[in-house]
Design a protein around this ligand. Structure first.
Ligand SMILES: [Fe+2]
Ligand SMILES: [Fe+2]
Length: 235
């Protein structure tokens, strides 16, 4: 299976017009498209409408997770419905299998990496924040335990490792992802993890167990030579 992957399209940002034309090439170059969150800029249904208008023309199966931007207007439930109405497989602690390849996905959450991960101690607000990160890891655990296929891809919005955040300011690392997500994937095993969110991060990294991690945030893809709006993987 040829998988095209991208993230952080942030539809309605001024650059989307040009992206749309290049995205049309997915149709010839891949059997499936993965969208790793931040589909919209402000989480508005009209932004999703614009994106869906171009996605339906691709005529390839699409697997997606939402990102933090898609939650900005508290319309995430409406956005999820819009995606599923167009038969886009929205992963939110759920799994999907197609042609022998399994996809498990969830948005993820910030919280930091390794020894720098924030722990549930002290104020209720800190505990609630950490709990949100744990909840996303639990959702990923649930999604992965549903997979029966040998080939498996994990789709997240937030980074599961610090490797692919490299390039961003160290000050914001804890807001770019959570290693709690990588721990789950290492326990279950996967062929690769795809994510976005770290716009100025690095394209490739690995979990502790050696599972490849790829940051497919649009600005990362555009910084490559040659610049692209999606990256393809063969599995
Ligand atoms: Fe983004
Ligand atoms: Fe994001």
């Amino acid at each position: 299976m040829r998988i095209a992957a991208t993230a952080d399209l942030h539809v309605f940002s001024p650059r989307y017009g040009a992206i749309q034309e290049q995205l049309a090439q997915v149709r010839d170059q891949a059997d499936l498209l993965v969208l790793a969150g931040d589909l919209t800029n402000y989480g508005k249904p009209e932004e999703m409408e614009q994106l869906l208008n171009s996605l339906v023309r691709l005529r390839v199966p699409i697997v997606a997770v939402l990102g933090n931007h898609d939650y900005e207007s508290c319309a995430e439930a409406a956005l999820m419905h819009m995606l599923t109405d167009e038969r886009i497989k929205l992963l939110d602690g759920t799994a999907y299998e197609r042609d022998g390849v399994g996809f498990a996905g969830t948005k993820g959450f910030p919280g930091g990496f390794g020894r720098g991960a924030l722990t549930a101690f002290g104020e209720p607000a800190v505990k609630a924040f950490v709990q949100a990160a744990i909840d996303e890891a639990v959702k990923l655990e649930r999604a992965m335990s549903q997979l029966r296929s040998k080939k498996r891809i994990v789709v997240l919005h937030y980074a599961p490792v610090a490797d692919t955040a490299q390039g961003e300011s160290p000050e914001i690392f804890p807001y770019l992802g959570s290693s709690r997500l990588a721990e789950v994937v290492d326990r279950h095993g996967a062929d690769m993890i795809l994510h976005g969110h770290a716009h100025h991060g690095s394209s490739d990294g690995k979990t502790t167990a050696g599972i490849p991690v790829h940051n497919v945030a649009l600005p990362v893809l555009q910084a490559q030579q040659p610049a692209s709006v999606f990256r393809t993987f063969e599995l």
